[in-house]
Design a protein around this ligand. Structure first.
Ligand code: CU
Length: 386
């Protein structure tokens, strides 16, 4: 309440209100770029007014970029760093996660373990923000990666995701489709949404991650015909990475859906924003977050073990980018939390609070939801998107 009053006094809420004056749906990629530019302007203005001495500024923050905007060398450096994480030995307790064999798996293991307390919960946005940031840190500090975490821009290649530089199967992609595997598509949104099968579904056909071994999961795959791990959630179940690139799921990546959550009806509270982004499952609306996982399909169709696909981190960087834009455009709602501490409030639980811990296991210290609101606090985050 005090913060809100302060922001209003400083004119920041008013500035945002003007900035988000009604727009017409347009090309979603252009709209996203406009919103991103607006977010940077608002952040810059806010820092000048509130904290001119701030250590983390627009000019020294890490700049996370679109994968498509990286050059071939930058993309190969990122891919090499991910492969390095997949070679480094796991730090997880062997009794807890016998299937975790690498540092890459340490991230997968904690995501599997926390799944029912980090999705459709009050900490969904902040937990995943911290998770992606810690992965970026591991790439840099443990594997010598010099760049920043790139994102998969949802708003291009709507007609054919196999042409996207993230998924085109080239040497500078995160590999493309899986081999053809006859199946009846995927059930998404806890069974409320069906996506028809694409042309894949089997092991990756080529590209940099063709031979990668996934060591855990799946636990509850959405894709039909994908066998559940007999070893349990954190047990050792080495298998190939499977994908089924699904254009049907790209239908969620529209200007209308983006406008709705950033400046429209679902943008006025964190509750409305996060629910619309994650989906309204009983109404048959998967939402951009869930749909994005089903664009990759295969192993990524499992809410538990989706980080077994390296493209998870590019998708979740985009989720975070949209959250970051929304926060910048809605400074009076940006630092708030809504929802409970169990998945879809099942079983029923208390409301999440700003002091709740964000536990990412061996991958980082405990932060709180409050610590993760500001990507420019300098403690520990200092990054923006372009
Ligand atoms: Cu997740």
């Amino acid at each position: 309440m005090q913060l809100t009053r302060l922001l209003v006094t400083l004119g920041l809420c008013a500035a945002a209100t003007q900035a988000i004056a009604s727009r017409e749906p347009e090309d979603p990629a252009a709209l996203m770029a406009d919103l991103n530019a607006e977010a940077i302007q608002l952040l810059e203005a806010g820092i000048e007014k509130r904290a001119p001495q701030k250590k983390c500024t627009i000019s020294n923050a890490r700049v996370r970029m679109d994968w498509a905007a990286l050059g071939p060398k930058e993309r190969k450096d990122y891919i090499a760093a991910v492969k390095c994480l997949q070679r480094l030995p796991s730090k997880s307790d062997k009794n807890w996660a016998p299937g975790a064999r690498s540092r890459f798996d340490d991230f997968l293991a904690i995501h599997i373990n926390r799944t029912t307390t980090i999705h459709s919960t009050g900490n969904f946005l902040t937990w995943h923000r911290y998770f992606v940031w810690a992965y970026e840190e591991a790439l840099q500090n443990e594997c010598g990666y010099k760049g920043y975490q790139p994102y998969w821009n949802w708003f291009t290649h709507q007609d054919d995701i196999t042409k996207s530089p993230v998924y085109d199967g080239s040497e500078t992609s995160l590999s493309g489709d899986g081999e053809f595997f006859q199946h009846n598509g995927s059930l998404a949104a806890t069974g409320f949404v069906h996506f028809p099968s694409g042309k894949g579904g089997g092991c990756l056909k080529g590209g940099p991650f063709k031979d990668m071994v996934v060591n855990m999961g799946p636990i509850r795959p959405g894709m039909q015909g994908l066998p559940v791990s007999p070893a349990g959630p954190l047990g050792y179940n080495p298998h190939c990475l499977r994908r089924d690139l699904t254009n049907a799921a790209m239908e969620y990546m529209t200007a209308t859906n983006l406008l709705n959550i950033t400046t429209g009806a679902a943008s006025h509270s964190v509750e409305a924003f996060q629910n619309e982004l994650q989906g309204r499952f009983p109404q048959g609306f998967a939402g951009m977050h869930s749909a994005g996982h089903y664009v990759a399909g295969g192993d990524a169709s499992d809410v538990f073990s989706s980080p077994s696909d390296p493209s998870f981190y590019l998708h979740h960087a985009m989720v975070d980018r949209v959250y970051w834009v929304w926060q910048a455009l809605h400074p009076c709602a940006a630092r708030s939390v809504a929802g409970t501490i169990t998945i879809g409030n099942n079983p029923p639980s208390r409301d999440a609070v700003p002091e709740d811990p964000l536990d990412i296991g061996v991958n980082g210290d405990i932060l709180t939801i409050r610590d993760a609101w500001d990507t420019m606090s300098g403690e520990p985050f200092c990054y923006i998107y372009l």
